[in-house]
Every structure is written in structure tokens, then in C-alpha cells.
Design a protein around this ligand. Structure first.
Ligand code: ZN
Length: 122
């Protein structure tokens, strides 16, 4: 599930975003303040790519503990298991510039996205 964090002042709404198969632009209406957010095809394409990445991570979950990323720290290389880096879903994606500072929350369907914002209620 993808939700847009509404950018209207004082609004805590998080309307759901559905990515169309053709990845064309979409309009999303906030259920709290009724502001319509228009998402460009560029932003929708990036959301689709993020969903593909999340899907690939889910498929690879059985081996994520067995694979490490080497991070250089001075003269040492620290190995960090992938599951620590990418296994903690949901994810958040933010766009600057043409995305006008929009933030999106990606979560599994059965998770409560409201809990991901510090437990605040809509
Ligand atoms: Zn709103």
C-alpha cells in the first residue's frame, strides 16, 4: 500500500495512492481536507519502481540474513546484513524539487500505516 502524506497545513491525512498500469499521472484526494494532489507521471513511475523494489526484497527475504553489504569505515570494512538495511518495511520515499517535497509511506497491506506516524490518528 502506498499513502501520500498530505502536505496541507495542519492536515494529518494520508490518502492511498494507486499506481496505474501505464504509470500515467494520477490525482489523489485527501479524505481529511479534500485537497486534490496531482502526481506527475515521473513521480508515479518512481513509486512503481519502489513497489518493484519492495516486491524483490520480499521475495529475497529468506536469504537476507545470509547476505552482507561491506561498508568502509576508515581502514576497516564493516559487514552489515541486508536484513538490517532493507528488511524493515515499511519504507518512506520523499521527493524534493519537482516532487514539491511530497512524502509517501509504503507498507504491507495488513499493517496499520497510522502507527508509522507515531501512533497519531486520522
Ligand atoms: Zn489533507
Amino acid at each position: 500500500m502506498i499513502q501520500l502524506v498530505c502536505s496541507s497545513p495542519g492536515c494529518a491525512g494520508m490518502p492511498a495512492v494507486t499506481v496505474p498500469a501505464d504509470r500515467s499521472e494520477v490525482s489523489v484526494k485527501c479524505p481529511s481536507c479534500a485537497v486534490v494532489h496531482r502526481l506527475s507521471a515521473d513521480v508515479v513511475g518512481k513509486l512503481a519502481l519502489m513497489e518493484e523494489l519492495r516486491s524483490a526484497i520480499c521475495k529475497a527475504r529468506p536469504i537476507l540474513s545470509d547476505v552482507c553489504v561491506g561498508v568502509s569505515a576508515g581502514d576497516r570494512v564493516i559487514k552489515i546484513p541486508y536484513n538490517l538495511l532493507v528488511g524493515r518495511l515499511p519504507a518512506e520515499m520523499a521527493f524534493a524539487g519537482s516532487g514539491l517535497g511530497r512524502r509517501f509511506i509504503f507498507s504491507d497491506e495488513d499493517e496499520s500505516p497510522n502507527l508509522k506516524r507515531g501512533g497519531e490518528k486520522r
